[in-house]
Design a protein around this ligand. Structure first.
Ligand code: GAL
Length: 749
């Protein structure tokens, strides 16, 4: 049977590469994958540091099990321009940095030790996407995803595509298409059998057929009582296909779901029910480690989008992302817009060919994920290129008839070769340009954008971002405007039935090139910072969920007399899903204020806005008067649902250490995020606390990033990574007058 084993351990990593490298093991550092060739500082760095060649080597010892079998390595991705050599001989080259590739070691493996060498080149090779122009993100070099050893019979299942053509019918069908790999051109004869298991692990159907060449399909029909995959109930089934041939057996499994997804001119339908898509764009990057983060960190990002931000969709801007991330989206019911690598620039013919291949690789890697609802087959924000995009669309449609195509653009009147016109609509903020006589408008009508005579399937794939960069610790007024802009777009999208939904720019701040961002190599475009710690704008999203799923009551203020221009905290936006709130200031009677439906008529949960419509300056105190405590109480169904107390004299009271979890797995660079916050006497973050904090980690593991960091806007974060051995890790945190604290992580198998 098939062996599919992790091959991440014991690589020897060294800088540079020469023709000689492939013949001898170089001196280097022993590393485990996923690995970043260069770990960068948090900001202010030179991104050319990783833009060069690096070498990864490893000894593969012959095993008796390899005899008569087919041995290959599967690289989930390497950035970029990877070339794999075995015993000095080139086996395979793969240019793209985001899609998987396979190095077929059979028949080159010899008895005894074999030297495997992988050259990668982090320089921005203009021959391949996304390179050739400027890009607003970093493409951190390294073998930054997993590598797997695969040992199979000489005939093995290469691909399987699972389709559910009548997903909404009472009696359902599973249509399986398989491709058998036959590298030695053997005769293919035997059987293909299929088992389908339900989310509870019980077998719900089986079937079999005789193999007939390298392409084999089978229908399993009459399936009743199957559950749909939905965002609230993401029922995942598993299909296992097994072939039995004269060469042996092979088995491959994949999860799938029964669901339909369709963008229409009247909005998006999931399982034929309207669903307004509300989400954000995500890069797959982290401070210090760049792209090289494994399963837990990838899955955590999906959880943050779904559970912390209350979104139902994420766009994998601007490339296919880790399957750990997409797997998690399948598991929790988070919809995905996935797209090919690229940013504005379109290169020459070879470059375009590679891009078309990227469409193919992306779709063939991910076609069984129920969470993916659309393929982005344009280079993000590129110009129209009819021949090129006719091809990317054709390839997508040939490979997958079950999903529509889109492709994010910023052009109006752009040629619509895709099924969905997906627009980065950055109009909001444009009115600030001198000479623009535009009123302040959140979004353009879709027909103004498309120039088409009728409504078409339409989605807004970006807004905000560079139009209003905002740091988590920026002045309160700026944050209020940041919040307002996100709310305005959410409201406009909610109010236009012809817009399927939107993904804002973006989920979290990210490191970028010098040509973008704030000069420190960070684009402060997130609703979260790089540690995924929320800015106020994050609550514009999370407050849209039903209070039954979590009550949100987040005033957009640091509660100080003199933080804003002129002073005071009015107008005060309170992001909430409560029915109404009461504000008590000092000795005055509490004021009850309802959500601002006049300004945000389409939001499920408009914010409460307290301004001179509901309070007087007299009551609220003016410059020169004493500043008092504020108490905000949110009510749901007439009951107190949440309170927020804002002291007039905040002082550092508690150093909060918040690890996402304290149980880790050994031997897989399992890393967990830890956020530190300095809180006042009422539990609010102290927004301008900037003291240094010293971190130490005892045990087999490491802190990703420096050991001495400073708080930024009252919070900071890092990741603790487990090492090879099981046991305990003790994290010690020391900061100024706070007593030193210890967090224990247990590291298990
Ligand atoms: C868009 C682009 C994104 C990001 C964003 C910043 O034009 O697609 O990658 O650069 O602008 O707002």
């Amino acid at each position: 049977m098939r062996r599919h084993e992790n091959f991440n351990a014991n690589w020897v990593f060294s800088e540079g590469f020469s023709g000689e490298t492939v013949n001898t093991m170089q001196d280097g550092e022993t590393v485990r994958l996923p690995h970043s060739a260069v770990e960068l500082p948090y900001n202010y760095f030179d991104e050319s540091r990783y833009q060069k060649a690096f070498t990864y080597q490893k000894i593969i010892r012959w095993e008796s099990d390899f005899e008569g079998r087919f041995v290959a390595l599967v690289f989930d991705a390497a950035m970029a321009d990877a070339v794999v050599y075995l015993n000095g001989k080139e086996i395979v080259a793969h240019k793209d940095g985001y899609t998987p590739f396979e190095a077929r070691l059979t028949p080159h493996l010899k008895k005894g030790d074999n030297l495997l060498t992988v050259k990668i080149d982090g320089s921005e090779n203009p021959q391949i996407p996304p390179f050739g122009g400027q890009i607003d993100y970093l493409t951190y070099a390294g073998i930054y995803r997993d590598v797997w050893l695969r040992v199979t019979s000489p005939l093995f299942i290469k691909h399987m595509k699972i389709e559910t053509p009548d997903a909404l019918g009472d009696s359902k069908t599973v249509h399986l298409k398989t491709t058998i790999a036959n590298p030695h051109s053997r005769t293919i004869s035997g059987t293909l059998s299929v088992t389908i298991t339900a989310p509870d692990g019980k077998t719900v159907a089986t079937g079999s057929t005789t193999l007939d060449g390298w392409k084999n399909n089978i229908d399993i029909t009459g399936l009743t009582g199957m559950e749909l995959w939905d965002i609230d109930h993401p029922a995942l089934y598993e299909l296992t296909a097994e072939i039995e041939t004269t060469e042996g057996k092979d088995r491959l499994s994949s999860r799938f779901g029964f669901r339909t997804a369709e963008f229409t001119a009247d909005g998006f339908l999931l399982n034929n029910k309207p669903l307004k898509l509300r989400g954000l764009n995500r890069h797959q990057s982290w401070p210090y480690a760049g792209y090289a983060m494994g399963r837990r960190a990838q899955a955590k990002d999906a959880d943050i989008v779904k559970y912390d931000l209350g979104c139902n969709v994420v766009r994998t801007s601007h490339y296919p992302q880790s399957t750990w991330f997409i797997d998690r989206c399948d598991e929790i019911g988070l919809l995905v817009f996935e797209e090919i690598p690229g940013w504005q620039h379109i290169g020459g013919e070879e470059w375009k060919k590679e891009s078309v291949e990227n469409v193919r690789r992306m779709i063939m890697r991910d076609w069984n994920h129920p969470s993916i609802i659309i393929w982005g087959v344009r280079i993000n924000e590129s110009r129209d290129a009819p021949n090129f995009y006719a091809k990317t669309n054709r390839v997508a449609r040939e490979l997958d008839t079950t999903r529509q195509t889109g492709g994010a653009r910023y052009l109006t009147n752009s040629e619509m070769l895709e099924d969905v016109y997906t627009m980065n609509d950055f109009i909001l903020g444009n009115e600030e340009l001198p000479g623009t006589n535009r009123p302040r408008t959140a979004l353009r009508d879709q027909m103004e954008v498309t120039g088409l005579p009728k409504k078409v399937p339409y989605m807004v794939t970006e807004y905000s971002g560079h139009m209003y960069p905002t740091k988590r610790f920026d002045q309160e007024q700026r944050q209020a405007e940041h919040v307002t802009r996100h709310l305005m777009v959410l409201n406009a999208v909610a109010g236009d039935p012809s817009i399927s939904g939107s993904t804002g720019w973006c989920m979290f701040d990210y490191n970028t090139h010098k040509d973008f961002g704030s000069g420190d190599r960070i684009c402060y475009h997130g609703v979260l910072d790089m540690f995924r710690e929320p800015k106020f704008a994050a609550y514009a999203y999370s407050s849209q969920v039903d209070p039954k799923e979590g009550v949100v009551l987040q005033p957009v203020t640091y509660w100080a007399r003199g933080e804003r221009n002129i002073g005071g905290v009015l107008p005060l936006i309170i992001l909430t899903n409560c029915d109404y709130v009461e504000l008590k200031y000092g000795e005055f009677e509490p004021k009850r204020v309802y959500p601002d439906r006049d300004t945000y008529p389409h939001l499920d949960h408009p914010p409460v806005v307290i301004d001179l419509r509901s309070v007087t300056l007299e009551e609220f105190g003016a410059w020169g008067r004493m500043w008092s405590d504020g108490l905000i109480t949110g009510y749901v169904d007439g009951e107190v649902a949440k309170t927020v107390m804002m002291p007039s004299d905040p002082v550092p009271t508690r150093l909060e250490i918040a690890p996402d979890e304290t149980e880790l797995r050994a031997g897989e660079k399992d890393s967990v995020r830890v956020v530190l916050r300095v809180l006042d006497q009422c539990g609010n973050i102290l927004p301008f606390f900037e003291e240094p904090v010293a971190l130490t980690l005892e045990g087999d593991g490491r802190i990703i990033g420096p050991r001495l960091v400073s708080f930024k806007g009252g919070a900071t974060g890092f990741w603790v990574e487990a090492g090879e051995s099981e046991g305990m890790l003790a994290l010690k945190v020391a900061c100024g007058a706070f007593a030193e604290q210890t967090v224990i992580f247990s590291v298990g198998p």
